[in-house]
Write a protein that binds this ligand. Structure first.
Ligand code: S3P
Length: 449
């Protein structure tokens, strides 16, 4: 949806102790991939626990526009009748990926080695984001891209008629770029090799193996070398999407800063490429435990129990952990405001090209709420004031960024004065039940008219 509806301003007031169980929605990364890979098999893939956020709904629509049959049985349960690798039809309309960088970049990759042409657009946030990081490697397969200056959407991709396999070292730590290249490699003959120097989320690799592709990962001095054999016949799957650790971050962080809280967030995947925030919070002295630790679908899963933690301390977040918590820095910076001392976050240049410039958006809002923040091109430092001593009282701009909106609403639960956001509507892209779920735990978030 590139048409952005009316803004929804919200104010978060000091919360009662948060308590209860927070059943957060399905994982966004895995939901996108389930629909796209389902569309690239012949036969029916059944998905349960799909995130029904706007980002994923836009990907479902795109898969329909490219020939797959995508139907919803009931909440979270979807079926995809795929068209097979190389079977995408040329869409007869512009593909609108709304707010979703993951959606557009993965779909561009998936179609780039088919002999079709597709034009992509998005909302004001997505149309500012860099796409050359994806179209550069797609050109090596033989695809052509024409977009706006700076490699921005709207953009047309002319898929390669005679794709060749590629060997590509991803220049930025990005699972979206890695995944776009792997999805393109599906319809290229021979072996496509992607090398990443820093490990990023590995859902595409795991799921491609699950769908029957020949894919291997070797850890070498160069980094992780991922080799995919092209033109497989992918086998339809039954997929149970795990709950999203990036959404779990919000009730967990809220519980840590609101006095008296004790919240259980069940069934959260702790894939090491995603769980960096929870380790970091524990390093800061958070009362966060993993209960009922188990393995499901080859991935570690636990119920997270988060309790109010009055003695949080600032730390230097290990930069090598950045990729495993890249979406969680905004809410971490809020927790850092309630910790004693400085929380130093380095090696996070990618935060500047997310749905918003997340360092800028958070630093501005935190400063307006009485917190000292220093920042540079790829680092920032939040000087925490300690529990009970964060003034708040500010109105923050969400910049069409769901995680900025949710982070500031979490902040307002524990500040001396309420915290407002100018527009909380982007929350629907990834966590449509946020307002309801937080209210059920004891939060006091009000819509302003
Ligand atoms: C995602 C990868 C990350 C992340 C995004 C989801 C994915 O983006 O920020 O929310 O599903 O592959 P980058 O690949 O740009 O780091």
């Amino acid at each position: 949806m590139s048409g952005h509806g009316s803004p929804i301003p919200m104010t978060s007031h000091r919360a009662a102790p948060l308590s209860g169980t927070a059943e957060v929605p399905g994982d966004k990364s895995i939901s996108h991939r389930s629909l796209i890979l389902g569309a690239m098999c012949v036969g029916e893939t059944v998905i349960t626990g799909l995130l029904e956020g706007q980002d994923v709904l836009d990907t479902a629509r795109a898969m329909r526009a490219m020939g797959a049959e995508v139907t919803r049985d009931e909440a979270g349960t979807w079926r995809v009748q795929g068209v097979g690798v190389g079977g995408f039809a040329e869409p007869d309309q512009v593909i609108d990926c709304g707010n979703s960088g993951t959606g557009v970049r993965l779909i561009m990759g998936a179609m780039a080695t088919s002999p079709i042409t597709a034009t992509f657009t998005g909302d004001a946030s997505l149309n500012k984001r860099p796409m050359a990081r994806v179209t550069d490697p797609l050109a090596l397969f033989g695809a052509r891209a024409v977009g706006r200056s700076g490699g921005r959407l709207p953009m047309t991709i002319v898929g390669a008629e005679h794709p060749v396999p590629v060997r590509y070292t991803v220049p930025v730590p990005s699972a979206q770029v890695k995944s776009a290249v792997l999805l393109a490699g599906l319809n290229a003959p021979g072996q496509t090799v992607v090398i990443e120097r820093e490990a990023t989320r590995d859902h595409t690799e795991r799921m491609l193996a699950g769908f029957g592709a020949a894919i291997t990962t070797q850890v070498t001095e160069e980094g992780r070398v991922i080799t995919l054999t092209g033109q497989p016949e992918l086998q339809p799957q039954t997929i149970a999407v795990p709950r999203d650790p990036s959404s779990a971050a919000f009730p967990v962080c809220a519980a840590l800063i609101v006095p008296g809280s004790d919240v259980l967030v069940p069934n959260i995947g702790l894939n090491p490429t995603r769980a960096g925030l929870f380790e970091t919070l524990r390093d800061m002295g958070a009362d966060l435990t993993y209960e009922n630790l188990r393995e499901e679908g080859g991935e570690p899963v636990a119920d997270l129990r988060a309790r109010f933690s009055p003695d949080l301390r600032g730390i230097e977040v290990p930069p090598e952990r950045a990729a495993s918590m890249i979406d969680e820095y905004p809410v971490l910076s809020v927790v850092a405001a309630f910790a004693k001392g400085a929380t130093v976050m380095r090696g996070v240049k990618e935060l500047r090209v997310k749905e918003s410039d997340r360092i800028e958006a958070m630093a501005t809002g935190l400063r307006a709420g009485g917190i000292t923040v220093e920042d540079g091109p790829d680092w920032w430092i939040v000087h925490g004031r300690g529990h009970g001593d964060v003034p708040g009282g500010q109105t923050c701009e969400s910049h069409l960024d769901h995680r900025i909106a949710m982070s500031f609403l979490v902040m307002g639960m524990a500040t001396q004065s309420p915290v407002s956001v100018d527009d909380a509507s982007p929350i629907a892209t990834s966590f449509p039940i946020f307002e309801r779920l937080m209210a059920a735990l004891g939060a006091d978030i009000r819509r302003r008219t």
